[in-house]
Design a protein around this ligand. Structure first.
Ligand code: SF4
Length: 157
């Protein structure tokens, strides 16, 4: 995983962090998915179908770019699906959040591990650091699994 080191890993367990887990899970980096699947004894495909989802973010030029996040519980949404910006705006508990704890703590998404604590500008900067890693090739397996066209930072799949 190519990291700038700009955002230190946080092991914070405050109420803000727990609240974030019930509203909007963070994005993974592409190379975090296989180790998480291994740790859960699942194939990447099964992990995606059972526990993950496709998120989307809007860039300053108006383009929408996709990336992978944990599934969050919302009526009518199943794991392994593609979320719209409007759907993402609705809060939902992360599928890995159980009794106030992250159940994949060691393998939690890059974005979750760098809690920004309500600093909106910094949150945007953190997301912008992750987005370029979700290229067309990185999204290709998930485009196949969802049967949808996904927009990567460098082209669509
Ligand atoms: S993956 Fe863990 S830290 Fe991230 S939102 Fe889910 S429960 Fe919270």
């Amino acid at each position: 995983m190519a990291l700038s080191g700009d955002f230190p890993i946080s092991s914070c367990d405050c109420q803000d962090c727990r609240t974030a887990c019930t509203i909007s899970p963070g994005w993974f980096m592409p190379d975090q998915i296989a180790p998480l699947a291994d740790s859960l004894g699942l194939s990447v495909e099964d992990l995606f179908r059972k526990k993950l989802a496709i998120s989307v973010t809007r860039m300053p030029d108006g383009k929408e770019i996709h990336g992978v996040m944990p599934h969050k519980f919302r009526d009518g949404k199943k794991p392994g699906s593609v979320w719209t910006l409007m759907e993402l705006a609705q809060p939902g508990r992360c599928v890995f959040f159980d009794r106030g704890k992250c159940t994949i703590y060691k393998f939690r998404p890059y974005e979750c591990a760098r809690m920004i604590h309500k600093k909106t500008k910094e949150s945007v900067r953190l997301r912008r650091q992750i987005v370029p890693h979700w290229t067309g090739p990185a999204l290709k397996p998930y485009a196949k699994l969802t049967g949808k066209k996904l927009m990567g930072a460098k082209g669509s799949k």
